[in-house]
Design a protein around this ligand. Sequence first.
Ligand SMILES: [Zn+2]
Length: 139
Amino acid sequence: MRYHKSVSSGILNMALPASWYALLDPPSSRESQSGSGGESGREPRAQSGSVATFNANPDRTLLRRYRDSGHTSISRMMEGHEVTVPKHNNKPVCLVWALKGECSATCKRKNQHVRYSQATNEAISQLLSDCGVAPAGSS
Ligand SMILES: [Zn+2]
């Protein structure tokens, strides 16, 4: 009896790793073996479900300053800087909208996807300066 029990548990131990492999093996690794290659390094995450809206009236100076700053994201640009996001209609503006000229239709600040006043744009310009971004036209 005792012997029979250990044999059945031995079978279990052999069966488990095989099923783990099936779980751990990502389907993409199988695809890349049989596929024709040419995988782009891009993540498809941004494409699913997010529709871009374009700022038809951006402040070109702000766009250029942000682009020339070389920052990959606005949150990274603001990292470590004590700055307050300027407001429009008493609500924080969408900096992505103002600095990139386009944003997502599902943005939590999509109500702020409007044309900002000169004063607001100047406040955003000041924010860039506070984050250490070089002033416009210094190239
Ligand atoms: Zn936005």
